[in-house]
Design a protein around this ligand. Structure first.
Ligand code: ATP
Ligand code: SF4
Ligand code: MG
Length: 400
């Protein structure tokens, strides 16, 4: 039996003519998701909004993986859930396979939901303990009225096999499985209706380190086998490195940097991305000895009242280095392109390139003759270093 059983084969629009990865499967523009904050028990007053997702835009080509990374509370899950249309977006546009699904409802939304599935972070909480594995994995088929009972049973057995579980486990309950096995059950459930896009919300962060690689390998294998497109959410940059084609770094509801995966790790250009990257261990003692972690000051500000100007200004090491330029607190930096496919939302991103902090974060040697971070307006062309050349101005000397 094929995994496209029960009338869930891909629609023609998804398969015709054009090469697979040339097509944009998901396009998100200026997406906003605000949650109202109210006061009062009887007469609820609207006193503000949680700006969970605020003007997020990206394209996701078919068959690719976009890693979405950022600290807790920055809006990653809300972005994923809004794309799944579990929430009604406050503003913006979500186009899936050429169709605007932002305001879709009823049967049309139900049909679209079948094509976008989610894998959850916690394989313990996300599986109903009272249902058998067969019931859990087969639930989406039942909900969408796909196949007869016997066909559904056969398909569930096939799906268990695909994710590396014994098809005879059909009648067992979640508590009889380990964390890694439960996540495999979650993956099988997500695959049941033959989706095109999978939103994987921190799918390995609740698992033992020893199991994490197995689940990542499984997802990569399935992506190849079933031409899946992934939005892969993680809270640190180490997890998404090997699975993502591109990476979007989020801070307080915004994407602050969006770049091809290799570029982001070799030339992070937003001060926040540099800080995140500095925390990722590199398994090479020589490289690791050149690195220094940037500890960000303070907590993430409240998304109810995000800071004025650049949202990162209350914690930004670069702003401090540059003498606290006024622009950081008055002008909201929009994403701008600094190299092919590499967008950054920082007024002074050129100053990051070749800086001591960037070099220490990625483990590049620091020349002895260097002399402090280049001042604003100095010749530190991002493009030159992005192309792999040495920056025009020598980077800073190591600090004592
Ligand atoms: N249903 C909701 N109602 C009100 N506020 C919400 C709701 N869901 C999320 N939020 C708030 O929106 C912000 C973003 O939350 P979200 O869960 O998207 O962050 P996250 O990046 O996924 O964090 P984590 O890494 O902890 O999962 C947080 O301040 C959160 O408290
Ligand atoms: S705009 Fe200013 S505060 Fe924001 S990241 Fe750039 S230097 Fe830092
Ligand atoms: Mg989350």
């Amino acid at each position: 039996m094929s995994l496209a059983l029960g009338g869930v084969a891909r629609p023609d629009s998804a398969t015709a003519g054009t090469p697979a990865d040339d097509r944009i499967l998901l396009s998100v523009s200026d997406l906003r998701m605000y949650f109202p904050v109210t006061q009062g028990l009887i007469f609820e007053r609207h006193i503000g909004d949680v700006h969970a997702v605020d003007d997020v835009s990206f394209d996701l080509p078919r068959g690719q993986t976009l890693g979405l990374v950022g600290e807790s509370g920055c809006g990653k899950s809300t972005t994923g859930r809004t794309i799944l249309r579990l929430y009604k977006p406050t503003a913006g546009r979500i186009v899936f396979d050429g169709v605007d699904i932002t305001r879709l409802g009823g049967e049309a939304l139900r049909r679209t939901r079948r094509r976008i599935q989610m894998i959850f972070q916690d394989p313990y909480a996300s599986l109903n303990p009272r249902m058998t594995v067969g019931g859990i994995v087969g639930e989406p088929l039942t909900v969408h009225g796909i196949g007869t009972k016997a066909e559904r049973r056969e398909r569930v057995a096939e799906l268990l096999d695909v994710v590396g579980l014994n098809p005879n486990f059909l009648n067992r309950y979640p508590h009889e499985f380990s964390g890694g096995q439960r996540q495999r059950i979650g993956v099988a459930r997500a695959l049941a209706v033959n989706p095109e896009l999978i939103v994987a919300d921190e799918p390995i962060s609740a698992l033992d380190v020893s199991i994490q690689a197995q689940i990542l390998n499984l997802l990569e294998r399935l992506q190849g086998e079933f031409s899946l497109t992934f939005l892969f959410i993680a809270h640190d940059l180490s997890v998404v490195r090997h699975v993502s084609d591109r990476i979007a770094v989020m801070y307080l509801g915004r994407i602050v940097e969006l770049a091809p995966s290799g570029d982001l790790y070799a030339h992070p250009l937003h001060p926040y991305s540099v800080a995140l990257l500095s925390a990722v261990p590199i398994p090479d003692p020589v490289v690791e000895s050149r690195r220094r972690r940037i500890i960000l000051k303070g907590d993430v500000p409240s998304p109810v009242n995000p800071p004025s100007g650049c949202r990162f200004h209350t914690r930004c090491w670069l702003r401090e280095r540059l003498g606290n330029p006024e622009r950081c607190t008055t002008e909201d930096p929009r994403l701008r392109t600094l190299a092919a496919g590499h967008e950054v939302a920082c007024h002074f991103a050129e100053e990051v390139d070749g800086s001591i902090e960037q070099r220490q974060a990625i483990g590049v040697p620091i020349p002895i003759a260097a002399g402090g971070i280049a001042s604003a307006g100095a010749a530190t062309p991002a493009a030159a270093a992005l192309a792999g050349q040495a920056p025009a101005v020598p980077p800073a000397a190591p600090q004592a």
